[in-house]
Each structure stands twice: as structure tokens, then as C-alpha cells.
Ligand binder design. Structure first.
Ligand code: SAM
Length: 218
């Protein structure tokens, strides 16, 4: 466990204001399958195309859920790279571990809150959040971005995928629903810069009404 960090934490303590995550892994995977009209593999590959992964890279997938994207990413960082996933939900993690072991892949899945990552500084090359930050209470999102910055070295990349845009312009059912509908990814541009990222850019994707935002750790 030499990669786990031992120094005093700089993130947010996991108090009552922290959120819990998702506890229905099978239904979640089914929903993704339905929302992508059975093209969930192509959906994952399209998200990973934005992450700039290459052989030898170390990837952290925050809010990894049932691990589908972490598993797809694994191939892209071989040879020599690694993938680690974290999630607040033990149920999602159990599903992720099952899937990875079925695929014969050595992917570590840890129980952790995005606002307090149990890793040392500069441990990863790329950090991804795919449809996670809309679930995190607004007051804690800055901690999550600062933690992502902390575990990246200068030049490391952050990719955030989530819902965005004016509510009235959202066409996809998924982008309007509940917490998705209330979230606007592009409002994170300033917090991203404040957390230590530069060259911030983003835009809409052709999947589920999602947008992306990415930046480079300065
Ligand atoms: C909508 S799912 C997306 C899962 C996965 N990234 C994917 O693309 O399929 C959101 C995930 O984020 C997790 N999550 C929510 N809040 C979190 C937090 N504060 N820290 C870590 N994970 C969190 C949930 O438990 C859930 O698994």
C-alpha cells in the first residue's frame, strides 16, 4: 500500500454533509445500457478518447461506479500503466471488483470520497470524473477538484464529464432529470482554475446530453 498516503489530509473530512453515492449497481448498468441504446461500449470509448491516455499512464477514475470505464481504460494504458478506481459506494465497488476479476485485470478499487483521496501527491497522470460531480454537494466540489490537482503532477490531466447548459436547451431526458438537471458543468471553470488547472476547455458531447471540461495541472 505504498501509494496510499500517510501525511495529514488536505481534503474535506467525511462528515454528515458528505454524500453517499449510488447503491444499485445492476440497475445502474442496465440504465446506462438503455440510455446509450445498447451502445454502452462505444459510449465508454468516446469518453476515454477525451482523456488523452497513453501506454504507461497511471489513471485514477473518481466515482468509478461499477468499473466499466476503468476496465475499458486499462487496455489503453498498457503496457506499463495502471488504473485505480475510487467510489463512496461499497455496492458499486463490489460490482467493479467482480467485473475486473472476471476480465482478469489487476485494477485496484478503493472506498474513498472524492473530497479526500487516499493517495500521495502526483501519483497519477490522468484523473477522470464521469458523471460524478453532479452528485457531490456544491460546497464540496472545490475540495474534489483540489484533491484531483493534488494527486496529479504538473502537466497531469483532469477530465470531467457531466451535464451542462441552460435547462431549457437540454434535449436528452437524462440531462433534465433530478440532480442532472440542476448541474451545470461549465460553472466549474473558475473553481477548476482556482484548484490549480490551466488550459481549461470543454464543450458538448454526442452522448446523453453530456458535456466535458478538461484542464492541465499547472
Ligand atoms: C452516475 S455514477 C457514474 C459511475 C461511473 N463513473 C460511470 O461512468 O459509470 C456516479 C458514481 O459516483 C459515486 N459517487 C458519488 N459521490 C461520490 C463522492 N463524493 N466520492 C466518490 N464517489 C462518489 C457514486 O457512488 C456512483 O458510483
Amino acid at each position: 500500500m505504498h501509494h496510499m498516503r500517510s501525511e495529514a489530509h488536505t481534503g474535506a473530512a467525511i462528515g454528515p454533509e458528505a454524500n453517499r453515492g449510488i447503491s444499485f449497481p445492476r440497475l445502474y448498468d442496465l440504465l446506462v445500457f438503455i440510455l446509450t441504446r445498447g451502445r454502452d461500449k462505444a459510449y465508454r470509448e468516446a469518453m476515454l478518447d477525451l482523456a488523452g491516455l497513453a501506454p504507461g499512464f497511471h489513471l485514477l477514475d473518481v466515482g468509478c461506479g461499477t468499473g466499466t470505464q476503468a476496465i475499458s481504460a486499462w487496455r489503453r494504458v498498457q503496457p506499463g500503466g495502471s488504473v485505480v478506481g475510487v467510489d463512496v459506494s461499497e455496492k458499486m465497488l463490489a460490482a467493479a471488483r467482480r467485473k475486473a476479476s472476471r476480465a482478469g485485470l489487476n485494477i485496484a478499487f478503493h472506498h474513498a470520497d472524492a473530497a479526500e483521496l487516499p493517495f500521495e501527491e502526483g501519483r497519477f497522470d490522468v484523473v477522470t470524473f464521469t458523471t460524478v460531480l453532479h452528485m457531490v454537494p456544491e460546497a464540496r466540489r472545490g475540495f474534489c477538484l483540489r484533491e484531483a490537482a493534488r494527486v496529479l503532477p504538473p502537466g497531469g490531466r483532469l477530465l470531467v464529464i457531466d451535464y451542462a447548459g441552460p435547462a431549457g436547451e437540454r434535449r436528452h431526458l437524462s440531462a433534465k432529470h433530478g440532480l442532472h438537471g440542476q448541474f451545470d458543468l461549465h460553472r466549474l471553470r473558475e473553481p477548476l482554475a482556482a484548484a490549480g488547472f490551466e488550459r481549461i476547455e470543454g464543450g458538448p458531447l454526442n452522448w446523453l446530453g453530456l458535456h466535458y471540461l478538461r484542464g492541465i495541472k499547472s
